[in-house]
Design a protein around this ligand. Sequence first.
Ligand code: KG4
Ligand code: ZN
Length: 345
Amino acid sequence: MPNKPQIAEDIYILGIESSCDDTAAAVLCNGKIQSNIVATQQVHQQYGGVVPELASRAHQQNIVPVIHQAIAKANIGKKEISAIAFTRGPGLMGSLLVGTSFAKSLAMGLGIPLIEVNHMQAHILAHFIEEEGFKKPAFPFLAMTISGGHTQIVKVNDYFSMEVIGETTDDAVGEAFDKSAKILGLPYPGGPLVDKYANEGDPKAFKFPKPKVSGLNFSFSGFKTAVLYFIEKQTREDPDFIEKNLKDICASIQYTIVEILMDKLKKAVKETGINRVAIGGGVSANSGIRNALYDAEKRYKWQCFIPKFEYTTDNAAMIAIAGHYKYLKKEFSDFSTTAQARYKI
Ligand code: KG4
Ligand code: ZN
């Protein structure tokens, strides 16, 4: 159990995240992790994607035990919590509503401030969690948020002053991983499995097309279709094609996706003149993109910020750190605040 910091002005933030299919709660003290609990919903696996109604119901079942566990593991009493931060959006409405309603009721019951957090800002602010051995990016920096729902390049001027300078015009990069994986017969979410097989395959074995999109924007729907046509053609000729070539196919898919991301990131660095680059979101767990950034540090002298694995996929520690910085600015929410499925940075 963590030792409780003893300073009089200790700020304890309880963070609650329920935007998609992970029910999560975390307690931070002065920006340092005291607990970080995530209940990942298994129910969606059999459907090959998140089923919104089932996600909402699972959040309702998980939220009390998850919050209870986060507070207990932090070794504090509810009365010691300074404020409650929650994900207001973007995300699935039915999922967001569970966390939002719970956060509002608990903050009201405890008589403490309520702090709404934008999930995408939180993926970026995860870099400000106090962690030994991890440096925080100086402002301004570029953040590429890559997840199952989003793909953006953001110019971060300050904690809450962010500008989207590029984004996907259709599918998110996580969907490109997951849908390609589904075509290969891998279970949802397929991204981590593609990564695993890719590590043992030849990235140049097969060639997939890179989309031509202007500026700093992305497009991934054509990529998924290219993978589908390629696999259909190959399996017509050899029904065992996937089985025989799985590692090489995964490596080639990952290689192309990472190239698409890195091409735009290099363009963004060139256009803005900012060479501090951070990544966040589920896909930032991918070994291909991580290695590409380590390489860019050496080759282009970028300063890269790569999150710890537990802060890549959805978690509540990132919500709590965003809440911490809002708490310092006394940016509290009104109890009339509501969940917002579409919520811009
Ligand atoms: O941020 P996140 O947990 O949820 C959203 O907000 O979407 O991201 C989930 C996405 C999924 O598409 C999952 O397949 C992908 O992140 N992902 C990965 C890896 N780990 C998670 N994709 C590629 N390689 C990985 N290692
Ligand atoms: Zn996310």
